[in-house]
Design a protein around this ligand. Sequence first.
Ligand SMILES: [Cu+2]
Length: 300
Amino acid sequence: MAPKRSKRAFRYLSLMALAVGLLVSGCGQQYVLLHPAGPVAASELGLIYISGAAMLFMVLLVWVLFGIVIVRFRDKPGNKAPYRPLWDHNRKLELFWLALSFLIVIIISVPTVQKTYALDKIPSGTDPIVIDVTSLDYKWLFEYPQQHIATVNYIDIPSGVPVLFELTANSPMNTFWVPQLGGMEYTMPGEVLPLWLEASHPGVYWGRSGQFSGSGFVHMTFNVKAVPMAQFQQWVQTVRQTASPMTLADYHQLLQHNWISPRSYSSYPASTFPNTTHGFTLEGGMYMQMKNMYMNMPSN
Ligand SMILES: [Cu+2]
């Protein structure tokens, strides 16, 4: 190729790379993770930015050094750069990049550990709304122990109030995830894990299972509708008055391997959610019983 043509090809290629870069960098509302709607998610986004910045710094540093090296040490007539084929190490340089790595690990880990512990506790002075979450095949069951109502595949929560989710599973493991409100937490048979989240403003926030759990996994989505407290109380009243109660038979229906549309129940049987202090009840721990069975097997 003639030098002039290769120069033109290079120019086209750079323009194309620039265009692709611009097209894919459009960060719209579909990237829910980057649009936190509550204090937990906002705090976690801060950590994502810190890690991202630290990684970007390293990547840019390597690219810049790479550029300098290929320009400066290129084998061309009149190049005055030193040629030292037997050079193998430099204590000062090694100390420098070792210190830099340590510094970056400290920059990432200090705020991460701080925020992880800080986010573990519900802000004091506020009474959270409690929602008991059970992941089933392939649906989400939400029980409100304070309001004595239950829903499937959707929840209403009051905005500006912390919500304490108590998470378990009566199915293989899943991950409870509402990206705009905060990070994921596992739902596991035989375990109850707490996770508190809060929506700062009214809105509808998309939630889903973050862990593949079988053929109906894709249907394990739910909307979290945050509304002002008065409207939330109103909704609870409406569910109590208009929905039908959940019987044990209904609960066993929910355990079937299928997927269903969102629905509400005016009440639910006391035995469905595992009692955290008294171990698992018969209805709450199908998979736990299996686990016990395996654990009690003779191990010879
Ligand atoms: Cu993992």
